[in-house]
Design a protein around this ligand. Structure first.
Ligand SMILES: *Cc1c(COP(=O)(O)O)cnc(C)c1O
Length: 435
C-alpha cells in the first residue's frame, strides 16, 4: 500500500498538498490557496468542483495553442511508441535533429549551433558558460562578469539568479554564494519609441567592458521582474555597443519567443541578432519542459578551439525525444496558423478593453504589447483575496506584487478574452472603492 488517501474526493488530496508540497515561491507555514485542477482543454481549465475557468496565463507564457491540443497530443503519442527517452551522450535521434534544424531555420541566420537543455534556467546557465568559455578561449581572462539589468528575470538556479534583479532576485539572501555581476538601470523609452536612459548602460559598459563577457537581456519586455516594456531603439543601441566593445549579447527569449510580442522573436522588432539566444516556455507549446540555447558558428568554434574545448554541460534528460517531438509539432502548428493576425487581434482587444482600468484610483499604469496585457496597481496585491475572487469570476489569472497581467493562449476567442478583461475591471474597481 503506497497511498492511503481517498482520492475520489479532491478535498482529501488537496489537504495533503497543503500539508506536504511546496508550490512556486510558497511558505509551508502560511500556505496560499491552491485550486485542484482535473483537466484543461482549449482555453478552459476545469477545477475538481466542476467550475470552468478561462485561462489568461497560458501556464506562464507556455501553452500558446491551449490545452489538450490534438496535434500536440498525437506528436507525443507517436514518439512514445518508438522511444520516450534515451541518453544523449554518444547517441542521437531524429526528434532532436528535426528540432535543431527547425530552430536554426526560424531564428537569425547567424545562429547555427544548438544546445538542448531541460528548463529555461538551465539554458541560461548554458548561455553564461558559452560566453565565459568563449572569452577564455580568446585569451580574455578578465572577462568573467555579466552585465544585466535591474528588474531582469532569468531563472531560479544560482547562475541565473545572479543576473536577476538584485532586489527581487534576493541577492542579499544569498550573499556570498551568488557571483557578482554588473547591473544597469532597467530600460526606459519615451513615447516616440526612443531610449530615454541609455546613458546608464552606456557609462557602465564603457567603464567595465574589460571585465564583461556578455550582456544578458530580455528583449522588448522584462517579464517576471516587473512586466516592463521598452523599445526596439534601446535594443539596437545595446547591440551596437556590444559590437564596439567586444562584449557578447545574450538574449533571453524564454518568455518572449514564439510570437508573444507580435514578432516570432522579440529581437526582430529591432532587426538585430543575438550572439546567444535562450528559448524555453512556449518551445513545446507548454506540453513538456525543454529549453534551447543557440549560438553562432564563430562562437561555438572558438569555444571548441579553447581549453578544454568541450562545452561543459550535459543534463541527464538532454534532448528528451518526447519533448523534442512535441516542440517541433508546436512550432509547425504555430507557423501554419494565422498567429500574427491572432496576436494583433488580442493586442487591439486588450488595448481597447483594459483602457477603462486606467481611470480607477487603484491603477498606476495599463500597458499592452502583442499578446501581453498588464494592469499595474498602486499597491501590492493581497493574493489570498484576489486569487479566489478571480476564480469566482470564472477566470484564471495569477497576479504578483502589484501586477495583474494577461498572456492568454493565442487561440483565445473574443468573448473569452472579454471575460478576462471584465473580471480585471471588476476586481480593480472593488480595490479602488475599498481605498
Ligand atoms: C521563465 C523564465 C526563465 C526560467 O525558465 P524556467 O523554465 O522556469 O527555468 C528564464 N528567463 C525568462 C525571461 C523567463 O521568463
Amino acid at each position: 500500500m503506497t497511498t492511503s488517501i481517498d482520492y475520489t474526493d479532491a478535498a482529501n488530496w488537496l489537504a495533503y498538498d497543503v500539508d506536504h508540497i511546496w508550490h512556486p515561491y510558497t511558505n509551508v507555514c502560511k500556505p496560499s490557496p491552491v485550486f485542484p485542477v482535473v483537466a484543461a482543454e482549449g482555453v478552459m481549465i476545469e477545477l475538481a468542483d466542476g467550475r470552468r475557468l478561462v485561462d489568461g496565463m497560458a501556464s506562464w507564457w507556455a501553452a500558446i495553442h491551449g490545452y489538450n491540443q490534438p496535434v500536440l497530443n498525437q506528436a507525443i503519442e507517436t514518439q512514445l511508441k518508438s522511444m520516450s527517452h534515451i541518453m544523449f551522450g554518444g547517441l542521437t535521434h531524429e526528434p532532436a535533429v528535426r528540432l535543431a534544424e527547425t530552430l536554426i531555420n526560424i531564428t537569425a541566420d547567424s545562429l547555427q549551433h544548438v544546445f538542448l537543455a531541460d528548463s529555461g534556467s538551465v539554458s541560461v546557465e548554458v548561455a553564461m558558460k558559452m560566453a565565459l568559455q568563449y572569452q577564455l578561449a580568446r585569451g580574455n581572462k578578465n572577462k568573467t562578469r555579466l552585465l544585466s539589468f535591474r528588474n531582469a528575470y532569468h531563472g531560479d538556479t544560482f547562475g541565473a539568479m545572479s543576473v536577476c534583479d538584485p532586489v527581487n532576485g534576493m541577492h542579499s539572501l544569498f550573499q556570498g554564494v551568488l557571483a557578482q555581476h554588473y547591473f544597469a538601470d532597467a530600460p526606459i523609452c519615451n513615447e516616440q519609441g526612443q531610449a530615454d536612459n541609455f546613458e546608464d548602460f552606456e557609462n557602465l559598459i564603457r567603464r567595465q567592458h574589460n571585465e564583461i563577457a556578455a550582456v544578458i537581456l530580455e528583449p522588448m519586455v522584462q517579464g517576471a521582474g516587473g512586466m516592463r516594456m521598452y523599445c526596439a531603439d534601446y535594443l539596437h543601441k545595446v547591440r551596437a555597443l556590444c559590437d564596439e566593445l567586444n562584449v557578447l549579447l545574450i538574449l533571453d527569449e524564454i518568455a518572449t519567443g514564439f510570437g508573444r510580442t507580435g514578432k516570432l522573436f522579440a529581437y526582430e522588432h529591432a532587426g538585430i541578432r543575438p550572439d546567444i539566444l535562450c528559448l524555453g516556455k512556449a518551445l513545446t507549446g507548454g506540453y513538456m519542459t525543454l529549453a534551447a540555447t543557440l549560438t553562432s558558428r564563430h562562437i561555438a568554434e572558438t569555444i571548441g578551439g579553447g581549453e578544454p574545448g568541450n562545452l561543459m554541460h550535459g543534463p541527464t534528460f538532454m534532448a528528451n525525444p518526447l519533448a523534442c517531438s512535441v516542440a517541433s509539432a508546436s512550432i509547425n502548428l504555430l507557423l501554419a496558423s494565422p498567429w500574427q493576425a491572432r496576436i494583433d487581434r488580442i493586442e487591439k482587444q486588450m488595448r481597447a478593453e483594459l483602457q477603462r482600468c486606467q481611470e480607477l484610483s487603484a491603477v498606476k499604469n495599463v500597458r499592452v504589447m502583442g499578446a501581453i496585457g498588464v494592469v499595474e496597481l498602486q499597491c501590492e496585491i493581497d493574493m489570498h483575496w484576489i486569487q479566489p475572487r478571480f476564480v469566482e469570476l470564472g477566470v484564471w489569472l495569477r497576479p504578483f506584487n502589484n501586477l495583474i497581467y494577461i498572456m492568454p493562449p493565442y487561440i483565445i476567442e473574443t468573448e473569452q478574452l472579454s471575460k478576462i478583461t471584465s473580471a480585471i475591471f471588476t476586481v480593480v474597481t472593488e480595490l479602488s472603492v475599498s481605498k
